[in-house]
Design a protein around this ligand. Structure first.
Ligand SMILES: [Zn+2]
Length: 206
């Protein structure tokens, strides 16, 4: 997924690299491995740095996302961004869940640049998450920022914690949704959205 080049991801200030490194070192010892062998020698350092990237959503400033991307416009048809790829970590096992999000809203005078919607998804995905909360947070953020007539978010994801742990594979796939305003109140609006996101969509797979 391509994002605007002009917006810099702020450096994570929340993650303590030094103590993360030490904990990973302890973890490697605790599972009975040798942290000094070649392949593992730099793993604590690599993982600590990796987490600053995978969990950068905590320090993402919403203002830097929406900055100068809000437009006042007389348009009241549905705006839909579908198939937004995302990567998150489940907070129960800290293993990835991976999938796509579909975000729609019906404006009430305010719209946001289309490229910003994937950045909003990313801001919430790059945290320790559960899929249900992430879905709601995306919907709430769009609701608060744009005050639209309605907003709808559907998230489909595969959870590695289910797939890798021998839980039945069909349990690893999950769909969640959050809807506000006209998507909740108006069946035709909701149906238009659901038809749009199912059209030509391929099933999730690895
Ligand atoms: Zn999990």
């Amino acid at each position: 997924m391509e994002f605007d080049e002009d917006i810099k991801e702020p450096e994570s200030t929340r993650i303590n690299i030094e103590s993360t490194r030490k904990i990973i070192l302890d973890l490697i010892r605790a599972v009975g491995e040798d942290p000094d062998r070649e392949g593992l020698k730099n793993t604590p350092d690599r993982m600590a740095r990796m987490f600053t990237e995978l969990l950068s959503g905590y320090t993402q400033e919403p203002e830097t996302i929406i900055n100068e991307a809000l437009f006042y416009i007389n348009y009241d048809e549905m705006v839909l961004v579908r198939d937004i790829e995302f990567y998150s970590l489940c907070e129960h096992h800290m293993l990835p869940f991976i999938g796509r999000a579909h975000v729609a809203y019906v404006p009430a005078g305010k719209v946001i640049g289309l490229s910003k919607i994937p950045r909003i998804v990313d801001m919430y995905a790059r945290r320790l998450q559960v899929q249900e909360r992430m879905t709601r947070q995306i919907a709430d953020f769009v609701q608060q920022t744009l005050e639209p007539q309605g907003v709808a978010v559907v998230v489909e994801a595969m959870h590695l914690c289910s797939m890798m742990r021998g839980v039945k594979k069909h349990d690893a796939r999950m769909t969640t949704s959050a809807m506000h305003g006209s998507f909740r109140a108006n069946l035709a609006t909701r149906q238009e959205f659901l038809n749009n996101i199912s059209r030509g969509s391929k099933p999730l797979q690895f």
